[in-house]
Design a binder for this molecule. Structure first.
Ligand code: NAP
Length: 271
């Protein structure tokens, strides 16, 4: 049976393990964590096996040969985590979700020639994520088939040609949920400033965002057109949009996304 190891059982590692359990069956999936306390906690939450050592129980010598290894630790923990599993990585299909760690660097760290680099986002927790991914050229058709099935559990996916496109997508869809939540937080505060309670303001903003996104998705109409449909000349929306224009909001967004892209590139110097 094809076995899969997830290294790091944090926010994203848990999603990776659950998705793998859906595709391969829970008995084929193991999560490797750093501390016993964390592994025990995870074991209560997940159906898969959670361990802190590859030799499990510690008295036994034989280590399972995992066909696929998912790297879900923070980039700065990658070197330490990989030292623990160095005997396994060379022949495995390596899937990394770590921000800023490129395919050449992953090849160097793992010795594997079959590597997939993915950038999911947190809505993957509820199967509504957006994942971009790329591969080394040695990844087989069967590897790609598995990755496609696995990523389908996260939500939608987009294959891109190179590491650079992953870094660019990191700045858009990887960090994107945080941009939406930052906007939601500010809009809730603005509603509170008008006198709404937190509960009322949250409800107004949440349903407005959900409804607007669904309208966009279901009609397939460009967002600019949908915006213009709400904006009558001299009306309330026009008054609000005028303020956003004078504060050069769209240029601020361009700067913010460029800063995230630059940071994704910069992370490469620290792994
Ligand atoms: N969060 C996002 O939105 C997002 C989106 C896309 C990609 N990513 C990428 O996903 C990766 C994980 O992010 P995350 O948000 O899930 O981080 P996280 O919640 O901090 O999870 C990382 C996990 O790795 C564990 N760990 C650290 N060193 C380890 C080792 N040597 N062996 C085994 N486990 C070890 C940590 O354990 P302890 O807690 O005990 O230290 C922690 O449980 C990052 O590389 C990030 O770039 C994140």
């Amino acid at each position: 049976m094809s076995k899969l190891l997830v290294v790091g059982g944090g926010t994203m590692g848990k999603i990776c393990a659950q998705a793998a359990a859906t595709v391969l069956g829970a008995q084929s999936v193991t999560v490797l964590e750093r501390t016993v306390a964390h592994a025990e906690q995870l074991q209560k939450e997940l159906d898969v096996t959670c361990i802190t050592s590859l030799i499990n129980p510690p008295s036994e010598r034989n280590v399972i040969n995992y066909a696929t290894i998912v790297l879900a630790v923070k980039p700065q923990d990658a070197t330490t985590a990989l030292t623990q599993i160095q005997s396994l990585t060379k022949t495995a299909l390596i899937i990394s979700i770590m921000a800023g760690v490129t395919l050449p660097r992953l090849a160097e760290l793992t010795g594997s020639s079959r590597i997939v680099r993915c950038m999911p986002n947190t809505p993957a927790t509820i199967g509504c994520g957006m994942t971009v991914w790329t591969t080394t050229k040695n990844v087989t058709v069967d590897d790609q088939k598995f990755v496609t099935q696995w990523l389908a559990q996260f939500g939608a996916d987009l294959w891109v040609e190179s590491d650079d496109w992953i870094d660019k997508a990191t700045a858009v869809s990887g960090s994107g949920p945080a941009y939406v939540f930052a906007f939601a937080t500010d809009l809730i505060k603005s509603a509170q400033a008008l006198g709404f309670t937190t509960e009322q303001a949250t409800r107004l903003v949440q349903q407005t965002l959900a409804g607007a996104i669904q309208l966009w998705q279901k009609t397939g109409t460009a967002p600019e057109t949908l915006r213009d449909k709400v904006t009558s000349k001299g009306g309330t929306t026009a008054a609000a949009l005028k303020i956003l224009k004078t504060t050069r909001m769209s240029s601020l967004w361009e700067q913010a996304v460029a800063a995230a892209y630059a940071r994704a590139k910069d992370l490469q110097n620290h792994v």
